[in-house]
Design a protein around this ligand. Structure first.
Ligand code: UD1
Ligand code: CA
Length: 452
């Protein structure tokens, strides 16, 4: 089996993006356009060459992959010239697969078919039939055989009516590619070295040009501006949602679900509308996510209920827990089984023990809370003294009355009760009621002020 070399053209600036970033670093689903192409190429090819030009350092830094051979194309003299820059690094007895850094949704199966055909015939081309072929190179066939590609600017009126166009993606035996690249010249309307001219060379040489006609326009679509970028983002998301549903995920509306990362789920999980998954998120079985939640890098167990409008990041939530509505769970939080985190509760860098309830309007930061604790409405851990963060430790079975402040560092012993409205600054012993408030008084003769 001959080696497969991917040559990815990525030298273009992409000025229609109106961005300081090179085009191939624009993203779909948090992955760069070039990153998408690389992930397909990686699984099929032995070696990857990326032809770069504009802002090459920025591209290399962002992609940060030591296995790529970065080939500079200092001046953009055409697609044929771009491919030629990589040829010194490619052995004759291999297949060259030509890809584009701005055609991100190309499928692995299509490329595998294309490579297979090139292994048999020497050269295979991916074309597509478009209702509006304007701007593309037209495929010229004679007796069904491909004879040439003619660019829009070089085409005759009759040729302009052809709807089968060149996607640019092709697989070629490298020895043939080298031979034909040495024969092309820039005597055309754009004064460029067209890669597409190798097709006429091959046909003249008696070489068969085999082809695959793509059945999916989006798979071969290039991205030139932010409108097309958004279009392909939708296509990507819709495809991914379809795969998830086929694997058993319940999605109320696949048009209103986004996953920009890796999503793993067990059986009978349901995700309602407007959820965004980022990074690596996993769900056990029978877990539900209500509308409008953002969940990032989090491991969630079985039978967990995430209620509407929660923002959850970098944490672990164990079986049977209930979160929200309107809860914010910040990084390094571990919520143990059957715990309830209610409305308008923020938890940061804390461990919350089994069966504990923090039901309303609380801030819990840098805390270790035991099992079966009740944190009533409006309780705040005062974890920051303006300079340093301090820890709050709460034992099992504690009851903290509403609107209490726990000034850290502080330790509350097992089964202690804190009276509502207390400001706690000293260690609280086990089993006792502790409270800190002034005694209630009533002024018998006091009168409300009257309007002057
Ligand atoms: C090219 C094809 C055309 C095809 C179309 C599909 C040629 C001559 N024409 O046309 O048949 O229908 O793609 O989109 O190949 N690039 C470089 N270096 C260069 C020139 C281009 O890296 O010197 C890269 C660009 O960044 C871009 C890609 O190659 O990603 C295609 O180049 P572009 O100039 O857009 O080619 P088209 O005119 O669209
Ligand atoms: Ca183009």
């Amino acid at each position: 089996m001959s080696h497969i070399h991917a040559i990815i053209l990525a030298a273009g600036r992409g000025s229609r993006m109106n961005s300081s970033k090179p085009k191939v670093l624009q993203t779909i689903s948090n992955n760069t356009l070039l990153g998408h192409v690389l992930s397909q190429a990686k699984t099929l090819c032995d070696k990857i060459h990326v032809v770069y030009g504009f802002e090459g350092k920025q591209v290399q830094r962002k992609i940060n992959n030591p296995n790529i051979n970065w080939v500079e194309q200092a001046e953009q003299l055409g697609t044929g010239h771009a491919v030629a820059q990589a040829m010194p690094y490619i052995d004759d007895n291999s297949i060259s697969l030509i890809l584009y850094g701005d055609v991100p949704l190309i499928k692995k199966s299509t490329l595998a078919d294309l490579i297979h055909k090139a292994q048999q015939s020497g050269l295979s081309l991916l074309s597509v039939v478009l209702d509006n072929p304007a701007g593309y190179g037209r495929i010229i066939r004679k007796d069904k055989q491909i004879k040439a590609i003619v660019e829009q600017k070089d085409a005759s009126d009759i040729q302009l009516n052809i709807n089968e166009v060149n996607t640019g993606i092709m697989a070629v035996h490298s020895q043939l590619l080298k031979r034909y690249l040495s024969k092309i010249n820039s005597s055309n309307a754009q004064g460029e070295l067209y890669l597409t001219d190798i097709i006429a060379c091959a046909a003249a040489d008696g070489q068969t040009v085999s082809s695959i006609i793509s059945q999916n326009q989006f798979e071969v679509a290039g991205v030139n501006d932010k409108v097309q970028l958004a279009e392909l983002e939708r296509v990507f998301q819709k495809d991914q949602a379809t795969q998830f549903m086929q694997q058993g995920l319940g999605l109320k509306d696949p048009n209103r679900f986004d996953c920009r990362g890796i999503f793993i789920f067990g059986q009978d999980c349901e995700v309602d509308i407007n959820t965004l998954i980022e990074g690596e998120v996993s769900l056990g079985d029978n877990t539900t996510i209500a509308p409008n939640c953002i969940i990032k890098n989090t491991k969630i167990g079985n039978h967990v209920s995430i209620l509407p409008n929660c923002v959850i990041e970098d944490c672990v939530i164990e079986d049977g827990a209930t979160i929200g509505p309107f809860a914010r769970i910040r990084p390094q939080t571990h919520i143990k089984a059957h715990t309830k985190i209610g409305n308008f509760v923020e938890v940061k860098k804390s461990t919350i023990g089994k069966n504990t309830k923090i039901s309303h309007l609380s801030y819990v930061g840098d805390a270790i809370i035991g099992e079966n604790v009740n944190i009533s409405a409006g309780v705040i851990t005062c974890n920051y003294d303006g300079v340093n963060k301090h820890q709050t430790i709460i034992g099992d079975g504690v009851f903290i009355g509403s609107n209490s402040q726990l000034v850290a560092p502080i330790k509350i012993g097992k089964n202690a009760t804190i009276g509502a409205g207390s400001t706690i600054t000293k260690t609280v012993p086990n089993n006792q009621l502790s409270l800190s408030r002034t005694k209630q008084t009533s002024l018998k003769n006091w009168q409300r002020p009257t309007k002057k």
